[in-house]
Ligand binder design. Sequence first.
Ligand code: SF4
Length: 230
Amino acid sequence: MTAAERRAALEAIAAEVRDCTRCRLHETRTKAVPGEGDPSTEVVFVGEGPGEHEDRQGRPFVGASGALLTELIESVGWTRPDVFITNVVKCRPPGNRDPQADEIEACSLHLHHQMEVLDPAVVVTVGKHSLERFRPGDRISRVHGTTRSIDPATGVRDGMAFAMYHPAFALYQGSNRPTLFEDIAGLPGAVAASRQRRAAAEPPIPPPTTPIEQPITRSDTADTDQLTLF
Ligand code: SF4
């Protein structure tokens, strides 16, 4: 898929999300938040769901958590537009409650379509619901800063999931802040490793076939003889 085709496909998914009524969260949202970023990126951050600011603006991670996420991304030498950022549920759960299981299930269709289009080398799980989606059974306190293969049933063909605490973890308790920066420092290495793993899994390119020598025919020699005259 070309970058333009990916962009168009992501815009089509975003349009579906904005019109979506698959779960009760559409009743209370101000704006749905499909996600944003580089359609050709190798890295997709997946949070839990939009908060108050995101719900008002229709963009992911724009509040205090968003500012810290931006800082974390920049700490490894990237910028926000270099990656794609989205959430497990695209509409704000009222009062910032956790998304419920049936809401996550209903919205998984949109996330799955996004993953099929983006086909990232690494999904960064931001928070426990995203972790459960891409690394079922893992506990963030044990696996933060580590990678694990992703089940292709999520829409990611052959990628790795990198586990990260939600930025709110550091906003509620400042002493957790260094942990987030230490963890994300390992992300570029995880991307390089996943990229290598994918390349190794690609089928080898067959060697070029040797051209078959054609016998020189009578007419060939006649043409050659004629050409030598000029
Ligand atoms: Fe649709 Fe997802 Fe919003 Fe529910 S949260 S209404 S499934 S877009």
